[in-house]
Write a protein that binds this ligand. Sequence first.
Ligand SMILES: Nc1ncnc2c1ncn2[C@@H]1O[C@H](COP(=O)(O)OP(=O)(O)OP(=O)(O)O)[C@@H](O)[C@H]1O
Ligand SMILES: [Mg+2]
Length: 369
Amino acid sequence: MSEVAFDGVTKRFGEVTAVDQLTLDIADGEFMVLLGPSGCGKTTALRMIAGLETVTEGTLRIGDRVVNDVEAKDRDIAMVFQSYALYPHMTVARNIESPLVARRFHVDADAPPRKLTAAERSERVDQAARSLGLTDLMGRKPAALSGGQRQRVALARAIVARPSAFLMDEPLSNLDAKLRAQTRIELVELHERLATTFVYVTHDQVEAMTMADRIAVLNEGRLQQVGPPQAVYERPHNLFVARFIGSPPMNTVPGTVVRTDTGVAVQLGGQRIDLDPVAHEPLADGTEVVIGVRPEHLAVDPDGQVKAQVRAVEWLGHERLVVCDLAEHHITVRQSSGAEPVAPGDVLALTADPAHVHLFDPNTTERLN
Ligand SMILES: Nc1ncnc2c1ncn2[C@@H]1O[C@H](COP(=O)(O)OP(=O)(O)OP(=O)(O)O)[C@@H](O)[C@H]1O
Ligand SMILES: [Mg+2]
């Protein structure tokens, strides 16, 4: 049993509320990513699970046990940090073995925990090393390893103890882009093999989108939304999530709902965007909204209702980002690089895919549709 449940958990450091009334259930075997900007409370939430930080208010459970007062060493959890924190004077093999040496483990049914024998330790070390491709490096010291290899040693050291949950705090941030991409895939495979709960902290939405079963988006200590990556991307619950997830971010422009006999639209300065009259049936005439459209859901179209002037074009090889001025706002249009070229100063007619128009309340910032 290794589900992790936050129930109204708050953590304060003096005046600072690092985590604010967090309620979040992480299922047994789930890959949960805590995602949010710097300072939003990700590490603090993880450290509370590990038992490295106390809970100020609320209850934290691991399995069916309330762990508010359980010491870190009694929690059956392994944590991997951004800095790998390997022992420099020990070989890879000894580093991987280190968590097995001091602790006692439940190995015999119905018997109290005991120290592992040398043979049992060596079997676990070999198995962990094999599953992370480290077998040929066992005799080396950390200084003779690349960053990616060191990170794999840190992961192997976390898995030897066979904990019921793994906590990872930005474990890939010291790796270059190529190695990060490769290690993401390895982590997903490791999660599948171990079938154990992973709680993974990052501010990198690509890591979150590619690895998570579910993402929990945090801002200023508060949970904004939790759900599978695609659901969070497609139906952000509020403006923060809408703008934080997606690169380049969702275009968001304030406007006013206009109802006519023939339909419903949003007025943006001197321009209008028609909305799907059925989907937006409940919106009253005159409602102030923020309309959101992702760059890939805007298209250049001679019949387009919205006119915007090109300010800059960013060519990225497989695609182009066209940044336009719309009244006093900037909006970005994503195009394939095969589309008709455009240049700064051109005035484009744009359409927004009506199935992908998001509306938010400018005051509460909550989703309206
Ligand atoms: N030991 C501490 N004492 C006082 N304030 C702290 C302490 N640890 C964290 N904080 C504060 O709590 C808030 C959340 O910090 P936390 O480290 O959890 O953020 P984070 O989301 O992990 O950020 P980052 O992405 O930069 O690592 C921040 O405002 C931080 O300054
Ligand atoms: Mg952190």
